[in-house]
Design a protein around this ligand. Structure first.
Ligand SMILES: [Zn+2]
Length: 384
């Protein structure tokens, strides 16, 4: 047994914990770049609290999933305003943008020097400026991961800026911040969280630490995602989902992902489709094809046993077969009204390009079994 586990320096979890941000920030800097994924008025309380601690604030609003050009713009703004601290308040988009900006502020050169796939892929040399991540959705777990996913319009692809030096200094997970999430966003982000618990659990890089996080997270999702969707103001359901999202982040950052995220990267680069919604549409089909491939080529393997455990946790049936987990997820997607990929403009003719890109995506390397091109095509076609 051999593994590494790395995460954010400090994690605060609980209703109302957002109030701890300003105090913690005081020890980290004097002028904050506040990256906002929500309307500025929703963060007014945070700006006030920071001011009371003597910390200046410059805001950068994020409208969509972050792009290479937005990060460049953020770095310029932060340099001009002499920011020595970055705080992200929003969903995965705001957190990834903040994480990338915090990294670029201490590392010279161009963003492209450090990007994988479309850039030079050089390693970052210096730790980021202190970075605080405050998620307002329950899905990405980005507050504890070491990468930022950025879209390049020019290359029509999503790529990662990745380094252990990018791990946030502080992650503040406050479930109360998710109470107002509309049902559609609760559904797509919640299914992203579920995907990020299943894929690391069956991943070829899973380890005993990440297994524990995944199993606990799966129990929480199975009991709370439906409830959070139908009764958004239920704090216990929101608390369970925030925890599940955090656990998924801890797991994926250390055990990798699989074929669903392997498709999500090129899909998100080529189409204007939100990450969570893409993962949600693909999840049951990725599971079904993986289970079929394992039954055919590795019937005695560990992965099949793990899919069985997933099915038992999700359905609550102690003797459930792996396939019953797929059925449970399919029904959940139906109940939560997850739209098919077609609704984002993805068509049959895009399949070959996407299959080719997914086969080379870094997430696909964590998939428990190597899928053939036909199997990859089947995952995508079923999700259309
Ligand atoms: Zn995801």
């Amino acid at each position: 047994m051999r593994f590494e586990f790395a995460t954010s320096t400090r994690i605060l979890f609980g209703p109302g914990e957002v109030r701890a941000v300003s105090q913690a920030a005081k020890a980290m800097g004097r002028q904050a770049l506040l990256v906002l994924g929500r309307p500025p008025e929703s963060a007014a309380f945070l700006v006030d609290a920071l001011k009371q601690e003597g910390i200046g604030c410059v805001s950068l609003a994020i409208q969509a999933e972050p792009s290479v050009s937005l990060v460049r713009q953020g770095v310029q703004l932060a340099r001009r305003e002499q920011c020595d601290l970055v705080i992200a308040f929003g969903g995965g988009s705001a957190i990834d943008a903040g994480k990338a900006i915090a990294a670029l502020l201490t590392n010279g050169g161009e963003l492209s020097d450090y990007l994988e796939v479309i850039g030079k892929g050089q390693p970052l040399q210096n730790p980021s400026v202190p970075f605080i991540a405050v998620p307002t959705t329950a899905g990405t777990g980005s507050e504890v991961t070491r990468n930022a996913v950025l879209a390049s319009a020019e290359h029509r692809v999503k790529v990662s800026l990745r380094s252990p030096l990018m791990l946030p200094r502080l992650a503040v997970v406050d479930p109360e911040l998710t109470l107002d999430l509309p049902p559609a966003l609760t559904a797509s982000t919640g299914l992203d969280a579920l995907t990020q618990l299943i894929e690391p659990y069956v991943s070829s890089r899973a380890n005993p630490l990440t297994d524990g996080f995944c199993l606990e997270g799966l129990r929480r999702v199975s009991r709370s995602l439906r409830h959070a969707y139908h009764y958004g103001r239920d704090l216990t359901a929101r608390e369970f989902m925030s925890l599940a999202s955090l656990l998924g982040g801890l797991a994926l950052a250390n055990a990798g992902l699989g074929v669903v995220h392997g498709f999500a990267a090129p899909l998100g680069g080529m189409f204007d489709a939100p990450h969570g919604a893409v993962c949600a549409a693909l999840l049951p089909h990725g599971m079904a094809i993986n289970i079929g491939a394992c039954r055919a080529r590795a019937p005695e393997g560990e992965a099949l046993r793990r899919y069985e455990t997933v099915a038992r946790l999700l359905t609550g049936k102690p003797d459930a077969l792996a396939e019953e987990g797929v059925e449970w997820v399919l029904q959940l997607c139906q109940e939560l009204q997850i739209p098919p990929l077609r609704s984002y403009g993805i068509q049959e003719r895009d399949v070959p390009t996407l299959v080719e890109k997914a086969s080379r995506a870094s997430s696909t390397k964590g998939n428990p079994i190597t899928l053939t091109a036909d199997e990859l095509r089947e995952v995508l076609t079923r999700a259309l």
